[in-house]
Design a protein around this ligand. Structure first.
Ligand code: TXA
Ligand code: MG
Length: 332
């Protein structure tokens, strides 16, 4: 297993064509780790029923084992074998699957997901991804696949195969290159409890979910994010972190700072910025989401010590973008 004391393993990168998908499915069947595109971000997959493979996955990411994984399945029939659906889950699955929504449900009797993947909880997070390559891979493998984002734990999520390679080369078996992803932020996570609860804003705007449910989503109190046992245990305050310091809601650019812009750029100091990347010159949050993680990586790679971020409205995908930026800016 790849640790600080063992040699790196060889990581192959293959195009996500029929041969690549066959290789990837065979790698899962042998307990291997494969990064693959979903419509949200690239995931790092392993056979959800193989505890040894999942142990390797936690180690490859440097992920704390108390942070459970999302189980990816091809369709709602497969999801029903893993989780118990209530009325909320039925409605949301019908409206948004396949797509960027994850449902947290009680585990079904005989749920075949390894305990390590659910971190000992009696619930399980399930998602049916829409990306054609993810769908083809799940069909070829025939089983459920656990897949966290394919980055080193705590680092920025990957939206291209090159981002995955930068973080995980030498730690995983295979990367399927399916080009840049379409959404750019992770799935929205809803806990299908008595009061349906927004555990993580993401690729489906919370307003859209609330319209389907005909009620507001409950939101965990802000302090659960930093407590020992947060509701979505991965939602630790400092996450999605680039190396640079991140300064939110900037109304100016300080000397030497890089600027992550949104909409028209009229800030004092902007013309002297160390670098400027604009998430969406037209001010479109969906376009901004596709650029968010890649631009944080790029500004980091340019060596910026601090990144000033312009304010981004909180509607639509803006809620997920602002959530990720707050975590990127949190004290480490
Ligand atoms: O878009 C996505 O969701 C991507 C792609 C690859 O599917 N995956 C992803 O996984 O973002 P990850 O591991 O980076 O985030 C999973 C989140 C974590 O915050 C984790 O704590 C939460 O899901 N989670 C998993 N199982 C849970 C459960 N039973 N109850 C509450 N939260 C859970
Ligand atoms: Mg992640």
């Amino acid at each position: 297993m790849p640790t600080a004391h063992t040699p790196a393993i060889e990581t192959r990168i293959l195009p996500a064509d029929a041969a690549g998908i066959t290789q990837a499915a065979a790698t899962f069947a042998h307990g291997g780790l494969v990064a693959f595109p979903t419509e949200t971000v690239y995931g790092l997959g392993a056979d959800a029923a193989n505890a040894a493979a999942i142990a390797r996955l936690y180690q490859a990411k440097g992920r704390p084992a108390f942070n459970p994984l999302i189980v990816h399945v091809a369709d709602i029939a497969a999801a029903r074998r893993i989780g118990r659906f209530n009325a909320t889950a039925e409605r949301l699955a019908t409206a948004f699957w396949p797509g960027p929504l994850t449902l947290v449900l009680p585990q079904s009797d005989g749920c075949a997901v390894a305990d390590l993947a659910t971190a000992g909880l009696d619930t399980v997070a399930i998602r049916v991804p829409a990306h054609p390559i993810a769908q083809a891979l799940l069909a070829a493998f025939g089983g459920a696949v656990v897949a966290p984002s394919a980055n080193i734990s705590g680092h920025v999520s990957p939206t291209t195969a090159a981002h995955v390679a930068a973080d995980l080369t030498g730690r995983i078996d295979l990367i399927l290159d399916g080009g840049p992803v379409a959404v750019g932020v992770e799935s929205t996570i809803v806990g299908c409890f008595d009061a349906p609860t927004l555990l993580r804003p993401g690729g489906v705007p919370s307003e859209t979910i609330e319209a389907v449910l005909g009620r507001a989503l409950a939101r965990p109190a802000a302090d659960t994010e930093t407590s020992e046992q947060p509701l979505a245990p991965g939602m630790l305050a400092s996450h999605y972190a680039p190396h640079a310091h991140v300064r939110l809601d900037a109304s100016d650019v300080a000397p030497g700072e890089a600027l992550l812009a949104f909409g028209p750029v009229t800030l004092p100091g902007a013309s002297e910025a160390a670098a400027i990347l604009n998430l969406s010159p037209a001010g479109d949050p969906a376009e901004a989401a596709t650029h968010l993680f890649g631009y944080l990586r790029s500004l980091d790679a340019k060596g910026a010590r601090s990144i000033a971020v312009m304010p981004i409205p909180n509607d639509g995908l803006g809620e997920a973008i602002n959530d990720r930026l707050r975590r990127a800016a949190a004290p480490r």
